[in-house]
Design a protein around this ligand. Structure first.
Ligand code: FPP
Length: 294
């Protein structure tokens, strides 16, 4: 049915399903305010939209979904909203992990979790351990995450490892940084979506969005669902992805002969590895089976 888009090596987008979709879920507060409800009611409704979106992405054959749930800057919100968001996150993990596991979804959290309550940290660790072997889909929730934090911690880990090994310095290269980013388990996003009408990246996945197609919608996150995913994928399929090449090169050259100079830095893996896996995989199998939602 659909082919997956793979990496900066691949060309064109027609007929292709993005392999990795990353979303900034924005607009919960406005959704609530429009209904004269407290902001947390918008977040609760937003949690339902998360469920619907995971299911819709599974049905579309999307293999990696990354959701920005809480930024490093969100601690600045009123204390009661922050604690309500933490509680919602913990409850969602408790209630949904077994269902995710049943449907072959690997659950990961990207971000600095040290600031979370010990109970939430334990829930995250358990959920990650339970679902670690699943590969039908990978759901990553970015929580206490910031793109600048991520790049900085990756560089610091590279340097710390060099120190530990006693190996001399030398310039840090892109692939070393990429391998230490908190999304090193995923390819770079093919499609970025932001709901709620703002057209900013807001310190999300700064490294990984270098070649990602961007799509913004006025829809507030609690109203987001399967039809929006379909609309975004349609737009994605109409885009020409050039990765620095000319349009003529993209049109003329078969994927196997183009772009060898472009690194796929997002996950520290080679294009050949990915392509081999892609050929072995049957995307249609992933459709319809993934992620039950209420
Ligand atoms: C942005 O809307 C939304 C958030 C900061 C929180 C996102 C959280 C959820 C969707 C709930 C649970 C998440 C998971 C992963 C279970 P906003 O509050 O900034 O909205 P506004 O711009 O309209 O004020």
């Amino acid at each position: 049915m659909f082919r997956h888009h793979d990496s900066p090596e691949a060309v064109g987008s027609a007929g292709i399903v993005p392999r990795h979709v990353a979303i900034i879920m924005d607009g919960n507060g406005r959704w609530a305010r429009q209904r004269l409800l407290p902001r947390i009611a918008g977040h609760r409704k937003g949690a339902n939209a998360v469920r619907a979106t995971v299911q819709a992405c599974g049905e579309a054959g999307i293999e990696y979904l990354t959701l920005f749930a809480f930024s490093s800057e969100n601690w600045r919100r009123p204390a009661d909203e922050v604690s309500a968001l933490m509680e919602l996150f913990a409850t969602a993990i408790e209630q949904e992990v077994s269902r995710l596991h049943e449907h072959g979804v690997r659950f990961r959290v990207a971000g600095d979790r040290a600031r979370f309550e010990p109970r939430l940290q334990a829930l995250i660790e358990d959920a990650e351990a339970t679902t670690a072997g699943n590969r039908r889909m990978t759901l990553t929730v970015a929580a206490n995450y910031g793109g600048r934090w991520d790049i900085t911690q990756a560089v610091n880990r590279v340097l710390a490892e060099r120190d530990r090994r006693g190996t001399p310095g030398g310039p840090v290269d892109e692939s070393e940084i990429a391998a230490h980013l908190s999304l090193a388990h995923a390819p770079e996003p093919d499609l970025f979506i932001r709901t709620g009408g703002e057209t900013r990246i807001s310190n999300f996945l700064l490294w990984q969005l270098a070649y990602t197609e961007l799509w913004f919608t006025e829809t507030l996150w609690p109203d987001f669902g399967a039809s929006d995913i379909q609309a975004a994928v349609e737009v994605f399929r109409s885009r020409e992805r050039r990765f620095g090449r000319t349009s003529e090169q993209v049109q003329d050259a078969p994927p196997s002969t183009t772009g060898a100079a472009y690194g796929h830095a997002g996950h520290g893996r080679t294009h050949a590895q990915d392509t081999g896996e892609l050929l072995a995989r049957r995307p249609a199998e992933t459709a319809s089976k993934v992620v039950g939602a209420r």
